[in-house]
Write a protein that binds this ligand. Structure first.
Ligand code: DPP
Ligand code: ZN
Length: 879
C-alpha cells in the first residue's frame, strides 16, 4: 500500500455533471446499471480517464450507446480506464456486486434484512465505476427495483418522483436529488421498515416532512430523535441562518454500521445505537448522545453537503466545523460548563494521546495510506477546538459574518480548510495567517506559565513560554496563536483586571475575565493595579487544545476549586489537585509506604458535598476522579504509565474518600434520588449522575453499602440507574451476587439488542477476577457476533481501552488477544480492525508492557494479506 500526499493534489480531468443509477436488488447479488455523463473539465486536455472501482464484476460497457469490446478499455482490481475520449461522452456500465457478502460494511451491504449503504469516504467505488472523490459533484437520479414483500420501502437521496409495480411481485421507485453532490453522500436503503413522521416549518415558512425509519419493534423509540432533529433545525436557523433545502428529510436506523451515523443528502443513515432512545434501553448519556449526533448529521447539510471538501485531506473542514456546531448546540440546550468539561476530558485523554503517539497528524493531514484511518479525534475534536479558537478570537458576531461569507462564497463547491479561514479573515479583517499553523502542525502545544507579583508596584506578571513536542515528520515547530482565557482570583473573589496597555476605564476594565493572545515563543502580560497576590485562573473554558504548566500550590488549587468564577476552571483545578494526590499515592505505593490521601483534597470534596447551592451535575463532575486513561496519558510524559499503580492509587483514593465522607455521601445520595417519573432532562440527569457517583464511592465501604445498589437495581424505572447499580453489584458484590445479578439482567433484557450491548460492555470493563477470561467467555455468548461492529466495540473495544489492568496484564495475554481479533477482522472488516488496534499503538507509554505490545504489532506486521487499513496503523506505530 502506498501513501498519497496533499501536495500532489490534481483536479479531476473529467467531471460528471449527471449520474443515473438503476439498481436491481436480488437475494444473491445486485445489478447496478450506471449512466454517467462525463464532461472534460475546462482547462484539461485529457482524452483518457481512470475511474475508481473495487470488487465489481463488469458485465457490460458502452460509450455513447456503442458497446465496447476488449481492448477498448482496461479493468484492474481498483479501476476502469477509458481512452480516446471526446469532450463529452456518455458512459454506460452494468456491474454485478454482492451486498450479501459485504462484511466490510462499505458500499452497498446487508444489515439484517435490509439493504443499506455507507459510501464515505471511498465506498461508492464498490457500487459502480465512478470518480469517487469529493471534488466531483453530480446530480443523481436513482431507480431501485426490488421484491415488494421483502423490501416495501425503497429510499435514496432527494425526492421520490415515481413508483410502479413490476412483474414477479417486484416494484420500482425512482428518486431524484436536485443538488449536485459527491458520491460519498449517495445513499440507498431497501427494507421492510416502519416509520414515524413529523413536520417542520422552516424560517421561510416551508413545510418539511421528517421521517425516521426503523424496524417495527423500535417504533416507540424514535420520539427523542425526532424532537432532537426539530431542535437542531431551529437552532441552525437561529444561530447560523441556515435553512433546510428540500421538502423531505429521512433518517434510517441500521444495526450493522461502522460509524455512528452518516450525513447522506436528505437520507441520513444511523447506527441504531445513535438514534433509538427510550428510558428502558438508553442511559442519560445515551439520550444526550442521540441528540448531539442527530444534530451533527443534520448540521452537515450545510457544513459538509452544500459546501463540501475538495479532497480528503480537508476532512476537518466539514468535521471540525460540524463538531464545533454540534457542541455549541448541546451547550445551548444543556449546561455549557458540563459540555466543556466532557469535551476537554475527551481531548486531553484521547486526542492528546493520539497527538503524542506514532499516528500523530495535523488537523489537515499531509498524507495517508487509507483515509478511513483519519476519522480521528485530531480531525474531529482538535479540528473543532481550532474552529472554537477562531470563534473566540473573532467574537460571535464576526464569526457569524465569517460563516455567512463562507456559505455564500462556496455554496455548491468542494473547498479547502484555507477557504474556510479565508472567509473568516476576509469578513472580520483579523489576520489569521499565523493562526493557520494549527491546521498544518501536529502535536499538543504546551504553555509553561509563571506568575510574579510585585506588592509595591501592585502588578502581576504572567510569563508565558510556548513549545510543542516533535511529531512524526515534524521535528521543529513554530509558535501558534493561542487564545488563553483567564482571570485572577483574590481572597474575596475574582479581581477586576487592568492589562498594561489597555485603556483605563474601558468597558473591559470592569471585567474579571480576559482572553490573552499568546502568539510568540515567549511573552509576558502585565496586570496593573492588582491589590493582592492573586491565584491565576488559566485556560478557562478550555480556550485552546493545549497543556498548561503552572506551579500551583495545593492551597492555590483548592482556592480555585472552591471559589473561581469560571465553572470549567473550578473543575479543572479540582482535577489537578486529584492528579497530584493520586500521583503521591503511587509514589507511596512504589516506595512501600502506607498510602495516605491528601487531606486537603478530602476537605475540599467534603465542602462540595455540603454545598447545597452547587448544581448536582457540576458537583458530580467535580467529585469524579480523573479516569485511569487520563492518568496514564499524563504519566506517559513522566517515564510511562504504571497501570497497576494507577489503578491501585485510584481505588485507594475512592475508599479513603468514602471512608472520610461516608455520611455526606449517603446524605447526598438520599437527597438526590429522583422520585418523579423518568425524563432525560438536565435537572433530573444532574441529580441521577450525582446520586450514582455517591453510590459508587459508598460501594467501596462494604456489604451494607453494596446493598444500596441492589435496592436501586430493583426499584429503578430507567436504564441509567439500573446499569449504575448493576455495575456496582458486579464490581463490588460477592461472586454469587455478581453472577446472579448479571444473569437476571440478561434474562430481563435479552430481547433488546442495545441493552444487551451495554450489558456486554459493562462486563468487559469489570476488573474483578480474570477479566480476559470473562471477555473470552462473552465472545462465546449467543448475544455476541464478530460481524456486528457495536458488539465488537462493546466487548473487544471496551476491554482494550476501558479495562487497563485487564488489557495490560503482566503476561501480555491481553495484547495477544487483541492482536488475534484484529487478525480475524483484517479482511472481514478492515476499518474496524484498524480502529481496534489503537490501544496497542501506544506501546511506548507503557514501560512494563512495551516489549510484549511491540512484539504483537510485529507479529501482525508480518502477516500476509494485511489490509491497507491495518497495514498503515501497524507500520506507522512501529516506525
Ligand atoms: N458520518 C460521519 C460523521 O458525521 C462521517 N461523516 O462524522
Ligand atoms: Zn461528521
Amino acid at each position: 500500500p502506498k501513501a498519497i500526499y496533499l501536495k500532489n493534489y490534481q483536479p479531476p480531468e473529467y467531471l460528471i455533471p449527471e449520474t443515473r443509477l438503476h439498481f436491481e436488488l436480488h437475494e444473491e447479488f445486485a445489478l447496478v446499471h450506471a449512466t454517467l455523463r462525463l464532461a472534460r473539465r475546462p482547462g484539461s486536455s485529457a482524452t483518457s480517464l481512470r475511474l475508481h472501482g473495487e470488487d465489481l464484476e463488469l458485465l457490460a460497457i458502452a460509450l455513447n450507446g456503442r458497446a465496447l469490446v476488449d481492448g477498448e478499455y482496461a479493468v484492474d482490481d481498483a479501476s476502469l480506464t477509458l481512452t480516446g475520449l471526446a469532450e463529452t461522452v456518455e458512459l454506460q456500465t452494468t456491474t454485478r456486486i454482492r451486498p450479501q457478502d459485504n462484511t466490510a460494511l462499505e458500499g452497498l451491504y446487508k444489515s439484517r434484512a435490509m439493504f443499506c449503504t455507507q459510501c464515505e469516504a471511498e465506498g461508492f467505488r464498490k457500487i459502480t465505476y465512478f470518480l469517487d472523490r469529493p471534488d466531483v459533484m453530480s446530480v443523481f437520479s436513482v431507480t431501485i427495483d426490488a421484491d415488494l414483500e421483502r423490501y416495501p420501502v425503497l429510499l435514496s437521496n432527494g425526492n421520490r418522483t415515481a413508483q410502479s409495480g413490476l412483474a414477479d411481485a417486484r416494484h420500482r421507485v425512482v428518486w431524484e436529488d436536485p443538488f449536485p453532490k459527491p458520491a460519498y453522500l449517495f445513499a440507498l436503503v431497501a427494507g421492510d421498515l416502519a416509520r414515524v413522521e413529523d413536520t417542520f416549518t422552516t424560517m421561510s415558512g416551508r413545510s418539511v416532512v421528517l421521517r425516521i425509519y426503523v424496524e417495527e419493534k423500535d417504533l416507540g423509540k424514535c420520539d427523542h430523535a425526532m424532537q432532537s432533529l426539530k431542535h437542531a433545525m431551529r437552532w441552525d436557523e437561529e444561530v447560523y441562518g441556515r435553512e433546510y433545502d428540500l421538502d423531505i428529510f429521512n433518517i434510517v436506523a441500521v444495526d450493522d454500521f461502522n460509524m455512528g451515523a452518516m450525513e447522506n443528502k436528505s437520507l441520513n443513515i444511523f447506527n441504531t445505537s445513535c438514534i433509538l432512545a427510550s428510558p428502558e434501553t438508553t442511559t442519560d448519556v445515551g439520550f444526550e448522545r442521540v441528540e448531539s449526533i442527530v444534530a451533527h448529521e443534520y448540521f452537515h447539510n450545510w457544513s459538509g453537503n452544500r459546501v463540501t471538501c475538495r479532497d480528503w485531506f480537508q476532512l476537518s473542514l466539514k468535521e471540525g466545523f460540524t463538531v464545533f456546531r454540534d457542541a455549541e448546540f448541546s451547550a445551548d440546550r444543556g449546561a455549557r460548563d458540563l459540555k466543556r468539561i466532557e469535551d476537554a476530558t475527551l481531548l486531553r485523554t484521547a486526542q492528546f494521546a493520539e497527538d503524542g503517539g506514532p499516528m500523530a497528524h495535523p488537523v489537515r493531514p499531509d498524507s495517508f495510506i487509507e483515509i478511513s484511518n483519519f476519522y480521528t479525534l485530531t480531525v474531529y475534536e482538535k479540528g473543532a477546538a481550532v474552529v472554537r479558537m477562531i470563534h473566540t478570537l473573532l467574537g460571535p458576531e464576526r464569526f457569524r459574518a465569517g460563516s455567512d461569507l463562507y456559505f455564500e462564497r462556496h455554496d455548491g463547491q468542494a473547498v479547502t480548510c484555507d477557504d474556510f479561514v479565508d472567509a473568516m479573515q476576509d469578513s472580520s479583517g483579523v489576520d489569521l495567517s499565523q493562526f493557520r499553523r494549527w491546521y498544518s502542525q501536529a502535536g499538543t502545544p504546551e504553555l509553561a506559565i509563571s506568575g510574579e507579583y510585585d506588592a509595591d508596584a501592585r502588578t502581576f506578571a504572567l510569563h508565558v513560554t510556548q513549545s510543542c513536542p516533535a511529531t512524526p515528520g515534524q521535528p521543529d515547530k513554530l509558535p501558534l496563536v493561542i487564545p488563553l482565557a483567564m482571570g485572577l482570583l483574590g481572597d474575596a473573589g475574582n479581581l477586576r483586571l487592568q492589562l498594561q496597555g489597555e485603556p483605563a476605564g474601558s468597558e473591559l476594565a470592569d471585567n474579571t475575565h480576559r482572553v490573552l493572545e499568546v502568539n510568540a515563543a515567549e511573552q509576558s502580560f502585565l496586570f496593573t493595579d492588582v491589590p493582592e497576590k492573586p491565584v491565576p485562573s488559566l485556560l478557562r473554558g478550555f480556550s485552546a487544545p493545549v497543556r498548561v504548566r503552572y506551579d500551583f500550590s495545593r492551597e492555590d488549587l483548592c482556592a480555585l476549586m472552591m471559589r473561581d468564577g469560571d465553572g470549567f476552571a473550578r473543575w479543572d483545578a479540582g482535577q489537578q489537585l486529584m492528579v497530584q494526590a493520586l500521583g503521591n499515592l503511587q509514589t507511596q505505593r512504589r516506595d512501600g509506604e502506607a498510602l495516605a490521601l491528601d487531606p486537603l483534597l478530602v476537605d475540599a470534596l467534603g465542602g462540595l458535598l455540603r454545598d447545597e447551592q452547587l448544581e448536582p451535575a457540576v458537583a458530580a463532575a467535580m467529585l469524579a476522579l480523573p479516569g485511569e486513561n487520563t492518568l496514564a496519558e499524563l504519566a506517559s510524559h513522566a517515564g510511562g504509565a504504571d497501570v497497576e499503580g494507577i489503578h491501585a492509587a485510584r481505588e485507594h483514593a475512592r475508599g479513603a474518600i468514602a471512608g472520610a465522607l461516608g455520611d455526606e455521601l449517603a446524605g447526598v445520595y438520599r437527597r438526590c434520588r429522583v422520585s418523579e417519573e423518568y425524563a432525560p432532562v438536565g435537572e433530573q440527569i444532574g441529580r441521577r449522575t450525582l446520586a450514582n457517583v455517591c453510590l459508587s464511592y459508598l460501594a467501596t465501604l462494604g456489604e451494607a453499602q453494596v446493598a444500596l445498589a441492589a435496592t436501586q437495581l430493583e426499584a429503578a424505572d430507567n436504564l441509567t440507574d439500573r446499569l449504575a447499580a448493576l455495575q456496582i453489584l458486579a464490581q463490588y458484590g460477592e461472586a454469587s451476587q455478581r453472577e446472579s445479578a448479571l444473569q437476571r439482567f440478561y434474562d430481563d433484557w435479552s430481547h433488546e439488542t442495545l441493552v444487551v450491548n451495554q450489558w456486554l460492555q459493562l462486563q468487559a470493563m469489570l476488573t474483578v477476577g480474570d477479566s480476559l477470561e470473562r471477555v473470552r467467555a462473552l465472545m462465546e455468548h449467543p448475544a455476541f457476533t464478530l460481524d456486528n461492529p457495536n458488539k465488537v466495540r462493546a466487548v473487544v473495544g471496551a476491554f482494550a481501552s476501558g479495562n487497563p489492568t485487564g488489557f495490560h496484564r503482566a503476561d501480555g495475554a491481553g495484547y495477544g488477544f487483541l492482536g488475534g481479533i484484529v487478525e480475524i477482522l483484517n479482511r472481514r472488516n478492515p476499518q474496524m480492525a484498524a480502529r481496534l488496534l489503537v490501544p496497542l499503538t501506544k506501546w511506548r507509554n507503557y514501560p512494563a508492557g512495551r516489549d510484549a505490545m511491540r512484539e504483537e504489532l510485529q507479529r501482525l506486521a508480518a502477516l500476509p494479506d494485511l489490509s491497507p487499513d491495518v497495514y498503515e496503523v501497524v507500520s506507522k506505530s512501529l516506525a
